[in-house]
Write a protein that binds this ligand. Structure first.
Ligand code: CMC
Length: 428
């Protein structure tokens, strides 16, 4: 039976349809509200606004549930490869053996970037943040493949762009790191799997081949899967909104990378490690840091804590916390930062301020500790997040295009001056 919501504005009632998702979540369809009543809705930060209907990822923040295309994050992190998950997100179903091997084959075929792009790296300052380089080079790909700029591409052309993006991001990311440390770049090795090829390009040196440790390889696979999608977050919404103007896919993804860079989003993983290092170096009691985070006059926040949608726990954080313990013990690393992180979590979870606001550790709280153990420098942490998030951004963009969604263009409530006349400078 069709359901309606009643909205009363200036004494007049309007009926608006209520739509229900496959997990029974409800939304009021306000598409016609302005035409009917002249009013719009206002929701700063879109805290209560659905931007789209989507079949990619289901997230229940109250119960700590995250599923890609119906599969739980716990099961995927345990049993799947990142390539299977990428295929799943982009195409909607898990691949058969033949489909997976074709998908991996196509990606492997496109791992090289044009030699002219190598010169871009030389022009960046040596300590350029890798996120800035990655975003610029992803956008630059559209100039090397000008066909991608045609908004009326065929399905095959779109698929080729998707393969190129998935194939080239690890190369661009690893080369941005090489620029950061001032080492020569390492070319892709096509006999290696997706994650191992990335590790090899990051850590091999002309003098010494990198030996891939299966513990490191497994941990990377898990981390990439855990980051692969997170429905309509800041960067996915950016990719969808930029793509909705029919800007090309490379540039839409590049915009997503920039949105991810901020410390309130993916940049939090770098900020967490920097915070833990400051706590370690400072040596003051953890309570002092907690009090700082609670003080409204102090801009400091407990990085890696809190989430817009998770109000109970972040299921990714649970898996990552365990993975961090496993990786550190298997690699025989004793990192004081993990002890500080655990103590901080304990203190915060028992503190009234954090309890009252439902602030729990998020995905970024422990991920940096694993990246650090894998030998990845802090400045690369958010790039690692981008590497994992790429199939999710692609899936979100593809869905938006296939659903023929209109250009994203929010409205506003104007609060400025009413009309007034121009006054010449000498009379002001
Ligand atoms: N430390 C201290 N107080 C906090 C924190 C924190 N990390 N997070 C939220 N609060 C307080 C905030 O001050 C506010 O208090 P009050 O109600 O008294 O004004 C209340 O909790 C609600 O916070 P909010 O900023 O309105 O919540 P939001 O949903 O707009 O923001 C958030 C979510 C993730 C931006 C925020 O929790 C935060 O800044 N966390 C730290 C940064 C971080 O770890 N980001 C990574 C998110 S997970 C990766 C991803 O998917 O992007």
């Amino acid at each position: 039976m069709e359901e309606f919501a009643e909205v009363k504005i200036s004494g007049k009632s309007y009926e608006l349809p209520v739509i229900t998702g496959t997990e029974d979540e409800k939304g009021i369809d306000i598409t016609k509200l302005r035409a009917l009543s002249g009013a719009i809705t206002l929701d700063s930060g879109f805290k209560n606004t659905g931007a789209t209907k989507s079949a990619v990822t289901y997230l229940d923040g109250e119960n700590g549930i995250l599923r890609y295309r119906g599969y739980s994050i716990e099961e995927l992190a345990e049993k799947a490869s990142f390539m299977e998950v990428s295929y799943l997100l982009i195409n909607g179903e898990l691949p058969t053996t033949a489909q997976l091997s074709e998908f991996e084959g196509e990606i492997t075929n496109h791992t090289l970037i044009h030699e002219d792009m190598k010169r871009f790296f030389e022009a960046y300052p040596s300590k350029a943040h890798p996120m800035g380089i990655v975003a610029s080079l992803l956008c630059s790909l559209s100039t090397f493949y000008p066909d991608s700029q045609n908004p009326n591409r065929t399905e095959e052309e779109i698929e080729l762009t998707i393969f190129r993006l998935l194939a080239k991001l690890p190369t661009i990311a690893a080369w941005a790191y090489k620029n950061f440390v001032g080492h020569p770049v390492v070319y892709p090795k096509n006999e290696l799997n997706y994650g191992d090829n990335f590790l090899n390009m990051m850590f091999s040196l002309p003098s010494e081949d990198y030996k891939i440790d299966p513990v490191v390889s497994d941990a990377l696979n898990k981390l990439l899967i855990l980051h692969a999608d997170h429905e309509q977050n800041c960067s996915a919404s950016t990719v969808r909104i930029v793509g909705s103007s029919h800007a090309n896919l490379y540039s839409s993804i590049s915009a997503g990378v920039i949105a991810l860079w901020g410390p309130l989003h993916g940049g939090a993983n770098q900020a967490v490690i920097e915070m833990l290092e400051s706590i370690h170096a400072d040596g003051s009691p953890l309570e002092d840091w907690i009090n700082k985070a609670k003080d409204k006059n102090d801009p400091f926040r407990l990085m890696g804590f809190g989430h817009r949608v998770y109000k109970n726990f972040d299921p990714r954080a649970k898996i990552i916390k365990k993975a961090a313990d496993d990786v550190l013990s298997k690699l025989g690393i004793n990192d004081p930062l993990i002890d500080i992180a655990k103590q901080l979590e304990e203190v915060a979870l028992n503190d009234e301020y954090f309890k009252a606001r439902n602030l729990y550790p998020n995905v970024d709280f422990y991920s940096g500790i694993i990246y650090k153990a894998l030998g990845i420098p802090t400045e690369m942490f958010t790039v690692m997040f981008a590497l994992g998030r790429l199939p999710g951004w692609i899936a979100q963009w593809k869905e938006m295009i296939e659903n023929k969604e209109p250009i994203g263009r929010p409205r506003q409530i104007y609060t400025g001056e009413n009309e007034r006349s121009f006054v010449t400078a000498e009379k002001r």
